[in-house]
Design a binder for this molecule. Structure first.
Ligand SMILES: Nc1ncnc2c1ncn2[C@@H]1O[C@H](COP(=O)(O)OP(=O)(O)OP(=O)(O)O)[C@@H](O)[C@H]1O
Ligand SMILES: [Mg+2]
Length: 481
């Protein structure tokens, strides 16, 4: 139970968690460059820039891009994470993403549950057939091929990241080359070719791949980060045959989860306590539902309670990047160009300011002396943000409906996107109908005026760092080392 590294490979920012020892607290690595969210500086831009100078090409990455300045011959590559996942899942073409349940979930549904689920979604014949195929088929949906360029960028970026973090790790007593490493990926249901490719890339880039769960679903790592807050304890499976269970099986014998159950137990007189963890990032909306059984402390989460899964997860392809596109589409061409230029700026703080002004505060923003989002234009942008927020809430609602949850006791909202008050309000508003008791929301969203009832401030470390620290948890080690 030694050291562990976990890379939360976010589309906008990469956050890296480390565990220096099984008895110590896991913490995110700080690069001392960019400060967001109450002085935290754990966000490493997921950027690569090709710089052409005097006929020679060289590459710059991550936080170091800030130093190159916005001069000619600089091409900033951002938003390349989705390239790993952009293939089509052939049998399910034509069905909106929100309506496709996770592959693993699909496999577990009984025939009557499947019928009930399809009835509730009003699918047409073709869509029903596609879903039945998925349930009965042997193969996971194919996410498609990733082109060579994406692999090249990934290789370059992860090589740089390793070199960049080496010094920071050494100062923490961690030898990066020898420390097992995990990466977090969206929970699109299947064990994707993207997963294999990213593991291959990490390995080629000189990272030591963790023997257990080298690729963890983002919502699961996030939920564990939220509940454990980075705490580790020495834990081993009780029996040797437990050595390689499914990760949900781990919940039953885990001290964090026992502790979390205890916390809820003393407060509420109910058997089940349902907590929803929602993360809105640059690329995906990640959802995890965890049902804590307060009567049977040791019961694993891979089962069901009254037909409802004790642990369910889902990622949807909707994030701040998609919101940028939606906002751009209602603006005149010249302003679209200005935003494109802004997105090409090697200093990510400009994009951050743009998002904070327009989306969080609802204020206009200057680019090259042009004001974006004034008066009617501002109102139109707010409407786009509002529609986007409701779209996110609709995905949460579809997830709840798919799993037939009827009560959500707490919601924990993480990720940069949950700083946006409209997103917070749409999701908290929806959950009021599910007898919500507490909503833990990011500080920025918690400080806004007109906060919906039941909202409390979530620790800043968890807003951006929960996935990174969650993935390093001893929770996911069970090779009995
Ligand atoms: N206060 C804020 N207001 C509006 N947007 C914000 C705010 N804070 C952060 N964001 C935006 O949230 C996004 C980053 O969030 P986060 O770091 O959670 O994403 P990510 O982990 O990189 O993406 P993903 O997990 O989807 O791959 C960025 O686009 C950022 O500009
Ligand atoms: Mg993220």
């Amino acid at each position: 139970m030694g050291q562990m590294i976990n890379i939360d490979f976010g589309n906008s920012y990469t956050k890296v968690g480390v565990r220096t020892d099984g008895n110590e607290l896991s913490t995110p690595l700080s690069d001392n460059v960019l400060e967001f969210d109450d002085g935290l500086n754990i966000c490493i831009p997921t950027l690569a820039a090709r710089v052409l100078r005097k006929g020679k090409e060289h590459w710059v990455y991550g936080s170091e891009i800030l130093e190159i300045g916005n001069s000619q011959g600089v091409e900033v590559l951002r938003n390349w994470k989705p390239n790993f996942f952009n293939g089509s899942s052939t049998p399910l073409k034509g069905i909106p993403q929100a309506k496709i349940p996770a592959f693993a979930t699909m496999k577990k549904l009984s025939e009557s549950e499947l019928q009930h689920f399809m009835d509730s979604l009003n699918l047409n014949e073709k869509q029903r057939a596609a879903l039945e195929d998925l349930k009965n088929g042997e193969d996971e949906p194919d996410p498609g091929q990733t082109d060579l360029d994406t692999k090249e960028i990934g290789l370059k970026y992860f090589r740089w990241l390793r070199a960049f973090l080496e010094g920071i790790c050494t100062r923490r007593g961690i030898d990066l080359r020898k420390t097992p490493t995990r990466i977090n990926l969206p929970s699109f249901g299947a064990k994707t070719t993207a997963e294999d490719l990213l593991i291959e890339i990490l390995s080629e880039a000189g990272w030591k791949i963790a023997p257990n769960h080298p690729a963890l679903p983002e919502p699961v790592a996030n939920a564990i980060g939220v509940f454990s807050e980075g705490r580790n304890i020495l834990w081993r499976p009780k029996r040797t045959e437990d050595q390689f269970p499914d990760y949900p099986g781990m919940f039953g014998t885990n001290e964090f989860i026992k502790a979390a159950r205890k916390r809820f137990e003393s407060r509420y007189n109910q058997r089940m306590y349902w907590v929803l963890v929602v993360d809105l990032g640059g690329y995906t909306l990640d959802i995890a539902m965890v049902g804590f059984d307060l009567e049977e402390i040791d019961i694993p989460l891979n089962g069901k309670y009254q037909g409802k899964q004790r642990l369910a997860t889902l990622s949807e392809k909707i994030g701040i990047r998609a919101l940028d596109d939606k906002v751009k589409s209602i603006l005149p061409e010249e302003k679209q160009k200005l935003i494109d230029e802004l997105l090409q700026d090697p200093d990510p703080r400009r994009v951050e300011a743009f998002h904070r002004f327009l989306y969080q505060r609802g204020r206009p923003f200057h680019i090259s002396r042009q004001l974006i989002g004034q008066k009617e234009e501002g109102e139109a942008i707010q409407e786009v943000v509002s529609n986007f927020a409701h779209e996110c809430a609709k995905h949460v609602e579809d997830f709840i409906t798919m799993h037939q949850y009827t009560r959500i006791d707490d919601v924990v909202m993480t990720g940069g996107g949950c700083n946006i008050p409209q997103v917070r309000d749409a999701i908290v508003g929806l959950l009021q109908g599910y007898r919500l008791k507490n909503a833990y929301v990011p500080a920025l969203a918690a400080e806004e005026k007109n906060l919906p009832p039941k909202c409390q401030r979530l620790k800043p470390l968890l807003v951006r760092g929960a996935t990174a620290i969650g993935g390093t948890s001893v929770f996911f080690d069970y090779n009995g080392e």
